[in-house]
Ligand binder design. Structure first.
Ligand SMILES: [Fe+2]
Ligand SMILES: [Fe+2]
Length: 290
């Protein structure tokens, strides 16, 4: 490729580097405390609620995401204990991670990716609810985290990131393809490593890992298909920026699994549009306009 130097990437070395990172730079201390506590069989939901609530700023952020983005109106869930009861521990754990990842996105100016993640989560939540899936909140959180590998690649591999961005522009290919070319692996694989590091349950890990290749997912097949479709829809709608301007073709198997009729698709898109319009209230103080 013209103008770009050849970079050899040692996949194993990068994997080790990401693993030795242990946690994202701003990963809250409470996350480690929770991971320790849940290994003790005597730990109760009450104990976990206390640990999370001890970080007030973090608790407020999680409740804000839940109430304004997930449910679309304020204070449906008033505290962390309530969130744990209604949403379950896995969803709250995913929200804790999302909050840290979003802090990094905002601090580093990855606003397009932040919007894309929120847009994908909103879209996935709408689809999951319309399909009467049993745990739309889980699908929502998986979508919130689906591209977290991109954040890590940007942070940990800045030089390669620039090459990836350039390759997207020069070759008119998707960021997924450019990552594969430059790194030999993609943000979906990095997401998979991180899910393993953080002991995220399979119902979150599979949609994150297979959101570009839903046909390969052997678990949480429906949730994976929803996150895949939501990713394409939110790109098609033009909300946020996922690293390229392509709207990936929806995988046939994912489409078959969901079985969305044309009228239902219209309804879904209408509702996603409305929700994205009102998503402004989740922006931080003095945040950017959409
Ligand atoms: Fe992705
Ligand atoms: Fe995405």
């Amino acid at each position: 490729m013209k103008g770009l130097k050849k970079v050899t990437v040692d996949r194993e070395a990068i994997r080790k580097r990401l693993k030795s990172l242990k946690n994202l730079p701003t990963m809250p201390g409470v996350f480690q405390e929770i991971n320790k506590s849940i290994q003790n069989p005597e730990t109760t939901a009450e104990d976990i609620a206390k640990i999370i609530s001890s970080d007030q700023a973090l608790s407020a952020k999680i409740l804000r995401i839940v109430n304004s983005v997930l449910y679309g109106f304020p204070r449906r869930i008033s505290n962390i204990r309530h969130a744990l009861i209604i949403l379950g521990f896995d969803v709250v754990k995913g929200l804790l991670l999302s909050s840290s990842v979003f802090d990094i996105m905002l601090a580093r100016g990855f606003l397009g990716l932040w919007q894309h993640s929120i847009g994908c989560a909103i879209s996935a939540g709408v689809i999951a609810k319309k399909l009467n899936m049993p745990d739309p909140e889980e699908v929502f959180v998986a979508a919130l985290l689906h591209d977290l590998g991109k954040v890590i690649i940007k942070l940990e591999l800045p030089e390669e990131s620039l090459l990836i961005e350039q390759k997207v522009i020069d070759n008119q290919i998707s960021i997924y393809e450019a990552e594969k070319d430059i790194l030999g692996f993609t943000h979906a694989t990095v997401g998979k490593w991180l899910c393993q590091e953080w002991y995220l349950p399979n119902k979150l890990a599979y949609p994150i890992t297979y959101h570009h290749r839903p046909n390969l997912s052997e678990f949480a097949i429906q949730s994976t298909a929803v996150v895949h479709v939501a990713d394409s829809l939110v790109r098609g709608i033009g909300f946020g920026f996922a690293g390229d301007n392509f709207v990936p073709k929806i995988d046939n198997r994912a489409w078959d699994i969901l079985g969305i009729s044309d009228p239902l698709l219209e309804e879904i898109i209408r509702e996603i549009d409305e929700k994205l319009d009102s998503a402004e209230n989740i922006y931080p103080e003095n945040g950017p306009d959409i």
